[in-house]
Design a protein around this ligand. Sequence first.
Ligand code: SF4
Length: 377
Amino acid sequence: MTVIQRSEWPLKELSPSYDPWDPLLSLRKFGRNTLTSVEMTVTNLCNMRCEHCAVGDSLVMREPDMIPLPLMLKRLDEVEHLQTISITGGEPTFRKKTVDEVIVPLLKYARERGIRSQINSNLTLDIGRYEKLLPYLDVMHISFNYTSVDDFHEVGFANSGHPVPREVAVKMYDKMIENSQILSKAGMFISAETMINYRTHHKLPEIHRLIKEMGCRRHEVHPMYAADFAANLPVVSLAEFRTAIHDLLDHRDQDMWMLFGTLPFFACNSEVEDRQLIQRLRREPNVTVRNDPDGRNRVNVNMFTGDVFVTDFAAIPAFGNVSHSQLDDVFSEWSNNHPLNQTVNCHCDIASCCGPNLLVADMYYKDTDFKSRQAIL
Ligand code: SF4
């Protein structure tokens, strides 16, 4: 097997002090929420059916034709302040044709424009399709929520509708780990995300240890969203969340970048324990807390319909389409006029916070008016 070496790297290194996906950067720079990030859903096919899948209801067995790539590239070109793109699915690499005819051209476009790219993958397929991305890709984002192959078997096929033999799961699990180790050695920046949910909240240090062994450069931790397949899973209490994060911080490898995202804790919360946790996260070396990009600096484009969403979760309906609108215009309409956005678009610069994720607010803060609150110092 050949491993392609990464080409020379002229762009600023992604690091705990430089995360262009964080909407706070553009909010500070332009004084208002600004579209700097576009996520594209390039497939609804996937070889897994995870228990927690946030787009599970969109997964299909066959899919229609895509919108023309030149139209998508034109819409990206028109985004004046574009800084990052993300490619998501399904499993984006499920079809080799998608890799060659859509993903690689999008990544090349990003590299030529000097913007950063991420792809969300389960990394369980043959390595050849991931190697093709190596020369152009900034972040390979994977999910890792397991302490053993049996966890993977149980979680990864929970919604298959038929039993998946353990041997199949073992092969895929081993492939994911091997791919991660080989691609990391070849220079790929792999960021493994663990979601805090009813299964993982007691096991985060062990999951973290395995992620380190896989060669990943960053460990991301997010709460599980109660959306799509996950809608009916048990909800972890805020107290359990806090305990899980402290436990992870107590046991993590301090040399590894840890990125926490869409956390359900805010500097305006009256609970002292919440604010103590936020302060600890700020103090810890190599730890960052990313504000939620959805609807603040990012939109999602479904590349089969051209529909534009604030998130790839289907719960919030589309509010535009690339066939007849520019993305900056669609984003402005959402940002300035959409009633949902008006409920969460607060900003306390002193706390480096620009408000809650819509789904987190809905899950944990149903009756809270964030617009009337501010960070407590
Ligand atoms: S920006 Fe919003 S959520 Fe964040 S601390 Fe301020 S009021 Fe709270």
